[in-house]
Design a protein around this ligand. Structure first.
Ligand code: ZN
Length: 439
């Protein structure tokens, strides 16, 4: 799809159109079986790469990355369980969560007692298939709803898991949008969850739309979107990019951004970074209830970016946080759990925050002794003039507080005038030589 054909151009402001486009991306990606490595990740990145320019990197199994090693590559073709009447009672093709992630291949007849240690259920949600994996300990297994598990009868079962675990590579994708400066915003989403829509596909959909929309405009900051498997992916990316991490000034992990819950923003480890200020401002502007969480060293990949050796300013945006909704890491985290309008709201929130990152600078009033005479510059409200009174008031706020200490966001908060209006007034004053940039 070319940029011109997309429904995600920045001038498309209709939330229902934008939300539907993101939802359709999630629908397209949902059936693909992803894991931390393998062809499912490649297929996923290929679909994303039809929308935004994506550079794919393959890192060979066995590569040392920080304190970790890139694992063997896992691929799965089919998996099922037959009872002794030949009935298929577990079928990977109906839902990829039915196989233990990174399961070793297995083919053979087993008794129920032999089978049970290899079956995984979630008794607290008996109707749903849980997401289970064994990335770093070799095992084979199948997952099923607890209610189906309880109906298993004594007898022999035929297990069939057609998987492979062998030398290959870890795959990640990167979309870089250069700005007029090389200061970077890092947006990180994970690409390793099969099936699940809120914890995974919602973040992919919003990040892809953000990249697509940012690519239409001229940005001061450079934006780097990375689509990576969780933990080992961010560790791999960090390991390979250590020499240039100083360029990353702001960062955001996006996940669980499509459900019906209120926004939760998890602050950076530093707690008072520019991305924190920008996100908190954007959250207030929504007028919706929301919650701020302090940094904690668990959750998603923010914990890798925020490890003490890197301490990057990376926050995390979610609606309902991981583990706080019953469908989390189960088959019920499906396309019914995410809504187009919620995806659109998450996109709009990020865009508003990035607008602040783009334009939040400090200025010095070049004519600070008394108000400068705006009339002789043609920007004072005159009878029949085109500048409404609010614009004049906004300019006076900007002039008065542009003393080299207050940023435009500080002035917005102090005046209760939106950042966008404050910035527009500042741009006008800069054009008339009344403000000089401090930063
Ligand atoms: Zn997860």
């Amino acid at each position: 799809m070319s940029a011109q054909e997309t429904s995600l151009a920045p001038d498309v402001l209709d939330d229902s159109v934008v939300g539907q486009a993101m939802y359709e991306l999630a629908e397209e990606l949902a059936p693909i079986c992803r894991s931390i490595t393998g062809n499912g990740v490649r297929k996923t990145l290929n679909v994303i790469g039809e929308r935004i320019p994506l550079k794919i990197t393959e890192v060979p199994s066995g590569t040392q990355v920080l304190d970790w090693t890139v694992p063997d590559e896992w691929n799965i073709r089919d998996a099922y369980l037959l009872n002794d009447r030949g009935e298929k009672i577990i079928d990977f093709k109906r839902c990829p969560l039915h196989v233990l992630g990174y399961s070793m291949p297995m083919q053979g007849r087993v008794t129920l007692d032999e089978l049970k240690p290899h079956l995984f259920t979630d008794p607290s949600h008996p109707g749903w298939v849980p997401f289970r994996y064994s990335y770093y300990t070799k095992n084979w297994g199948l997952c099923l709803s607890h209610s189906a598990f309880e109906q298993l009868e004594d007898g022999e079962y035929q297990v069939f898991i057609d998987s492979s675990l062998e030398k290959g590579s870890l795959t990640y994708g990167e979309c870089f949008l250069p700005g007029t400066t090389d200061e970077e915003v890092l947006i990180s989403v994970h690409t390793c969850h099969p099936w699940m829509c809120n914890d995974n596909l919602s973040g992919i959909a919003v990040a892809t739309a953000l990249a697509e929309r940012l690519s239409f405009q001229r940005n001061r900051l450079s934006y780097r979107f990375i689509f990576i498997p969780t933990t080992i992916g961010s560790i791999t990316w960090l390991s390979r990019n250590q020499a240039r991490l100083h360029k990353v000034k702001h960062g955001l992990v996006l996940t669980c951004v499509g459900d019906n819950g209120q926004f939760h923003y998890k602050r950076t480890r530093r707690g008072n970074s520019a991305i924190d200020d920008a996100m908190i401002y954007a959250l207030k502007q929504t007028g919706e209830p929301h919650a701020l969480l302090d940094f904690s060293p668990f959750g998603f990949d923010e914990r890798q970016y925020s490890s003490p050796g890197f301490n990057l300013a990376v926050g995390c945006l979610m609606r309902t946080p991981n583990g706080k909704y019953p469908e989390y890491h189960t088959s019920a985290d499906n396309l019914d759990l995410i809504r187009p309008e919620k995806l659109a709201g998450s996109l709009a929130l990020c865009e508003r925050a990035f607008e602040v990152l783009e334009g939040n600078v400090r200025y010095m009033n070049t004519s600070p002794n008394g108000e400068p005479q705006l009339g002789k510059r043609g920007i004072y409200r005159t009878i029949g003039g085109s500048i409404p009174e609010e614009s004049l008031v906004t300019m006076l706020w900007v002039l008065n507080f542009s003393d080299g200490h207050n940023s435009l966001l500080d002035i917005s908060e102090r005046s209760s005038i939106s950042f966008r209006e404050i910035r527009q007034a500042a741009d006008l004053l800069v054009r008339h030589g009344l403000l000089a940039i401090c930063d």
